[in-house]
Write a protein that binds this ligand. Structure first.
Ligand code: PEP
Ligand code: MG
Length: 556
């Protein structure tokens, strides 16, 4: 019989493959004692594990070739260092288990290396990796870090940190399943970037046996364990139909009855532009300019350098709309020359627009650079400020743009609940709103974006968040102005339909999500989207909102 597990689908599509676990970073075996009679057997186990790890490292080196081969062969030699083996055996004779003997012997060797000058100290990480491999083999658990596999697999992890994912070979990862994490977690963002199906927040994911075949449905959030042939065929048929629909979708974003919702791209700089154009983005809905500033956190980039970078992005969308967000520094994006280092709560401190109003010369330079970059181009430049709290903020930003002589529409991001609650006064100062749902969720639920323990509250399906989106969209409609979404919420195809039903006028997301959102949106009429939005707001939890919207849309 099939077993079905349920989590949160965060990146659509279906992946069928074998489970490979992301190993835990540090494996410390318990300091258990063994009777003297078992020492010889334990020493044999230790030698066997060392030889197997050395052979595995050598074989992987031969496959990799080049510089990687030299590194892996050096690691194999470390594993087989005779002095280290003597130390392991001595510890086992004194009553350690094989795994604890290896762990402690490597620890003393590690200290020697760490104190032995720069070059050898640099090898400590390699030594730790060898130790972890031997200990993992002895404990019979997954190897630490990214799985060693030559064949594509479904990656199962507790959660994925950016440092882990940097080592992943995208060609080998069919999909992700994580026990923790939410829709704005790194696992979810990375999966969407790679375009692979992903399910997060799946209780019991860690207990799936290595090598088990699973089918991951990144749309519904279901994971089928050892699916039957019929189930696999059914899922593969549905996935193929979806792929065809996505491949066939092109052109501007619209519902099936022709209600236009421009689909725009979120970019961090010129490097993201090609993917956006290829995905058919109708422009840029969020250009996060802070990446340019993060290169050197001790000073702002020169005006000329800024002009050069902005122009490259603006030129890519000749007739399109490009919404540039001015520098959003502070909190999770500190800059030494701007952000106060001594704030008790940086997310609630001087960040975003607040920093720019304290440093008008930085804002002036950026606005001047934007004006110069857009000069002579047919592009529709729009400029918006992050972290606008109220009308006073909005007016200060609009004044700064006017003083800089900028020929662009000026807007405000809605990332603080006060801005959604009092959106109409803000719209007396600016021409458009853009909802930053990542921060809006953070501030609505008092739930730090960077803290995994509160990720449940970061779920953009939370009805309270949908209420705030509706308030901002209603205010914009009443003022005859536009209100887009540029937070991660826009990249969830089902939620994109709900946001449309709430009255949002454009959706901006990572380029890889655009075809999925376009295809989903084209499936329903505006009236269906509005009914799904009402159903999602009529319940009390994110899960209920998701199910209610899905029920309305799948019921026709
Ligand atoms: C947001 O907060 O939703 C947003 C788009 O801005 P960032 O993620 O860059 O803070
Ligand atoms: Mg934000």
């Amino acid at each position: 019989m099939d077993t079905t597990l349920r989590g949160v689908g965060v990146s659509p599509g279906v992946a069928v493959g074998e489970v490979r676990h992301m190993g835990t970073a540090v494996l410390e075996p318990p300091p258990k004692r063994i009777p003297a009679g078992e020492a010889e057997r334990e020493q044999g186990r230790a030698r066997g594990a060392v030889d197997a790890v050395a052979a595995d490292l050598t074989a992987r080196g031969a496959r990799a070739g080049g510089e990687a081969q030299a590194v892996l062969e050096a690691q194999a030699m470390m594993a087989q260092d005779p002095e280290l083996m003597t130390e392991v055996e001595r510890r086992i004779s004194d009553g350690s288990t094989a795994e604890r003997g290896v762990y402690d012997a490597f620890a003393s060797y590690r200290e020697l290396l760490a104190g032995a000058g720069e070059y050898l100290a640099g090898r400590v990480a390699d030594l730790d990796d060898v130790r972890n491999r031997i200990v993992a083999r002895l404990l019979g658990v997954a190897m630490p870090g990214v799985p060693d596999s030559d064949v594509p697999y479904v990656l199962v992890a507790r959660d994925l940190a950016p440092a882990d994912t940097a080592l992943l070979d995208p060609a080998l990862v069919l999909g992700f399943v994580t026990e923790e994490g939410g829709p704005t977690s790194h696992s979810a963002i990375l999966a969407r970037q790679l375009g692979v199906p992903a399910v997060v927040a799946l209780p019991g994911a860690g207990e799936l046996d290595e090598g088990t075949t699973v089918a991951v449905d990144g749309g519904s959030g279901e994971v089928f364990v050892e699916p039957s042939a019929e189930k696999r065929a059914e899922l593969e048929r549905a996935a193929a139909a979806r792929r065809d629909a996505v491949a066939a979708s092109s052109g501007p974003g619209a519902t099936s009855d022709g209600h236009r919702v421009p689909l725009l791209a979120n970019v961090g700089g010129p490097g993201d532009v090609a993917a956006a154009v290829e995905a058919g983005a109708e422009g840029v809905g969020l250009f996060r300019t802070e990446f340019l500033f993060l290169d050197d956190s001790t000073r702002a980039p020169s005006e000329d350098r800024q002009v050069e970078v902005y122009r490259q992005v603006l030129e890519a969308f000749p007739e399109g709309r490009v919404v540039v967000r001015v520098l959003d520094a502070g909190a999770d994006k500190p800059l030494d020359f701007l952000t106060p280092g001594d704030e008790p709560n940086p997310a609630l401190g001087v960040r975003g627009l607040r920093i720019l109003l304290d440093h008008p010369e930085v804002l002036r330079t950026q606005l001047r650079a934007l004006a110069r970059a857009a000069a002579g181009l047919p592009v529709r430049l729009e400029v918006m400020a992050p972290m606008v709290a109220d009308r006073t903020d909005a007016r200060a930003f609009a004044d700064a743009c006017r003083e800089a002589g900028l020929d662009a529409e000026v807007g405000a991001m809605v990332e603080i609940p006060s801005a959604a609650l009092r959106a109409r006064p803000i719209l007396q100062e600016v021409a458009f709103l853009s909802l930053g749902t990542n921060d809006l969720a953070q501030y609505t639920f008092a739930a730090d974006r960077q803290v995994g323990a509160v990720s449940r509250l970061q779920d953009p399906w939370q009805p309270a968040l949908l209420d705030l989106v509706a308030m901002a969209a209603d205010a914009a409609r009443a003022e005859g102005k536009s209100c887009g979404v540029c937070g991660e919420a826009a990249s969830d195809p089902l939620l994109a339909c709900v946001l449309t039903g709430l009255g949002v006028t454009s959706l901006s997301m990572g380029a890889a999500s655009i075809p999925y959102v376009r295809a989903e949106l084209a499936t329903y009429t505006l009236a269906q989207c509005e009914r799904a939005a009402s159903a999602a707001r009529a319940v009390d939890t994110a899960e209920e909102a998701r199910s209610a919207a899905r029920a309305v849309l799948s019921g026709g």
